[in-house]
Design a protein. Structure first.
Length: 305
């Protein structure tokens, strides 16, 4: 697969700039710098008086983003951090309340396809899946150490894998012979467990790989922490924008925004999630599942769009 030059195309870029109300002089936090697609465009709008605070859990993407933002017109403060640590990052950046917070969840295209991360069943590589090398648990550890029931529950709960029991059983049978250390080996075990094409026509390994990746990187837990913490770091009128790529994540965002709205902590700005238009979907097929939700911290509520 040929990657775009930055290894990732930012999704819903104009929508993010508009709905986050990015203008000169503001302070914006990008919780998921990635390849700095959103961050670069935000920085350009913030101008000389603005401040961009950015973080990424992956030091490789952080380094790339840093280089890409080197000529940004605004002040830029970047951190190798998990967005679950937003509070500490803002402390280290010596910033109190901010005008906008963006999280573009999941992984960048380069991470999904670069064999170094061990995230793809399409490329044989060590079964790792950590986006932050400081994370202790790898996917190989889950696959080779967890009990059969725990693996089945993980696949079902994180990725709605309907063949979870069959796959978990086969994994445990196979690792009794020898440990499963590579993505290719795991993909083969899954193909044998399912024994043919799936009714939903996706690759048989898709859901298992997704569930493992989510567990290794604690994606659900980190998102829930971010959703709990972010609103209190916004100025009145400040906005929180979250882009998610699967229904479970979107559900968490929707519920968290609704609860915060009921507490009068946030006002929902996007009554329905904003999704990419046809042109973007065609240009960037990965954008197809993207959903953007925005909420605003405010004393007074504004009309929903
Ligand atoms: C979809 S990409 C972001 C792409 C970016 N918006 C761009 O336009 O280039 C998601 C990024 O978030 C990072 N990430 C994922 N979970 C994270 C977390 N809990 N804390 C910080 N960064 C995280 C990933 O390493 C990846 O670089």
């Amino acid at each position: 697969m040929e990657l775009p030059t930055s290894g990732h195309d930012p999704v819903l870029l104009q929508e993010v700039l508009d709905l986050l109300e990015v203008i000169e002089g503001k302070t914006i936090v990008d919780c998921t710098l990635g390849r700095a697609g959103h961050a670069g465009a935000i920085a350009a709008k913030l101008g000389r008086e603005g401040l961009l605070i950015g973080m990424d859990a992956d030091p490789r993407n952080l380094e790339y983003a840093q280089a890409r933002l080197a000529d940004a017109p605004c002040e830029v403060r970047l951190f190798h951090a998990n967005f679950a640590q937003l509070e500490h990052v803002l402390g280290d950046a010596q910033v109190g309340l901010v005008d906008g917070i963006l999280a573009d969840l999941g992984l960048s295209t380069n991470q999904l396809f670069d064999s170094e991360y061990g995230l793809s069943f399409a490329t044989d590589a060590p079964l790792d899946m950590r986006i932050d090398p400081q994370t202790e648990m790898t996917a190989a550890e889950i696959v080779n150490r967890w009990g059969e029931q725990k693996i089945a529950d993980l696949l079902f709960q994180k990725a709605d894998e309907r063949f979870s029991r069959r796959i978990a059983k086969k994994i445990v049978e196979r690792r009794r012979v020898s440990p499963i250390r590579r993505t290719g080996e795991l993909a083969q075990v899954i193909y044998e467990a399912i024994g043919g094409p799936r009714p939903d026509r996706i690759d048989p390994a898709t859901r298992t790989f997704m569930a493992l990746r989510m567990a290794v990187n604690q994606e659900t837990e980190n998102l829930q922490t971010l959703l709990a913490v972010a609103p209190r770091h916004l100025k009145a009128g400040g906005r929180l924008a979250i882009i998610s790529f699967h229904s479970t994540e979107d559900r968490f965002v929707k519920l968290a925004f609704r609860e915060a709205d009921q507490r009068d902590e946030l006002a929902i700005v996007t009554k329905k999630p904003v999704v990419p238009g046809e042109i973007e979907q065609e240009r960037n097929p990965r954008s197809r599942s993207a959903k953007l939700r925005v909420a605003q911290r405010s004393a007074e509520k504004r009309g929903a769009v």
